[in-house]
Design a protein around this ligand. Sequence first.
Ligand SMILES: Cc1ncc(COP(=O)(O)O)c(C=O)c1O
Length: 474
Amino acid sequence: MTAEDFRTSAHAAADLVTDYLAELPARPVWQPMDEAARTALLDGPLPAEGRPLDDLLAAIGRDVLPYPMGNGHPRFFGWVNSAPAPAGVLATLVASAMNPSSAGGDHADVHLERAVVRWIAELVGFPHPAGGGLLTSGTSMATIVCLAAARDRAARRAGVDVRADGLAALPPLVGYVTGETHSCVRKAAELLGLGSRHLRTVATGPDGRLDPDELRAAIERDRAAGLLPFLAVASAGTVGTGAVDPFEPIADLCAEQGLWLHVDGAYGAFGRLDPAIAHRYAGLERADSLALDPHKWLGVPVDCGCALVRDAGELRATFSLVPSYLRDETAGSLGWFSEYGTEQTRPFRALKVWATIAHRGRDGLRQDIARCTALARKLGELVASDEELELLAEVQTSIVAFRHRAPGLDGPALDALNRELPAAVQRRGRVFVTGARLGEREMLRACLLNAATTEDDLRLLLAEVKAAARELRS
Ligand SMILES: Cc1ncc(COP(=O)(O)O)c(C=O)c1O
């Protein structure tokens, strides 16, 4: 391939992407793939011979781009998936052209990762010792990284070298979560051999926030039973309702009891940038570790999570393993990123983070995030003032938890209707919202992550939910 051939195709790709992004808001948010298009992707035969790049771009434009998940659209309110930041989209192309392994060494990607991890810590007000964090595929992986360090510290304090002696040598560790803690914490506990049964579910108050008195009582019960409490997990924005746990009293208790405090900030940690809700995050900086996702509220194109720890030595002690073929005189005193996490070959995630943050600047990000929380509060008001709907939780960040009241229905029938509603709304194609269970009740949850969303979009969301409910009931 000549440079000119590549340039021609690269320009064509840029046009394709530009048209796709520009036309997105006028298209259905999401639509099911038609059978033939799905089958064509699923059953495509392994090509024996190659095809020219312009042919591939035409196929992408015809077979792939018309069927997005929907999360680039301003009327996408589902799960916690954002629209891609334009600077991040461009940086992704450049990063893949360089294609380094960001494991370590003296090359630009490695230094840029150190800088953006520091920026991320600064954005959310978390202390950042040199080496105290790294980019990951997402918060699920960041949680495994942080909880591994927590487990190793607890083992070390109990005189056990878990890396050498394995899980059988571990004392009976127990950790604490709430019913609203994300499932990735349980997965991490299972993978790390801690056992999900040894994660106690601590009660929350009516606001969905962890109750520190209940946490203390649970710790005391477990100590009395001869177990070793070692970990508390708090949320900086739960996935169900966006609740932010009270970090100050939880951090006090963890300090007093010698527990590792881990905060899941995947969705909500960047909410701290918004002065209107920053007070909710007081004490976040006292955690031992924080997992968060630039690929959520910042809009950094997937994938990009981040693990931050207050003691870089804990991470290195947990993960460092340097075989002789990886010795590197240029690495400097911090060594390689691969000494602080699970991955050896690591993608160049830092460039899309750098570009996304540098393009908007801290003030621009603050504006975008503040717009989302203001929209969420507005949506909460619209729900609360609509007699067909019920607001199920205080809007603490940018998630609105609500349900249809469906007059005449109650109990299981009302739950069944609300459970079917998200899919019915999605099929109509005008807005996209998802559901979940909150305690005993089925609900819809709208997550506001896109600063391009308007108040009219919010009204349309509620109109669509009500129209879909009528459709289902008839
Ligand atoms: C609160 C919370 N924690 C953890 C996760 C898992 O993060 P990831 O999907 O980046 O692994 C999510 C994902 O939505 C989340 O919302």
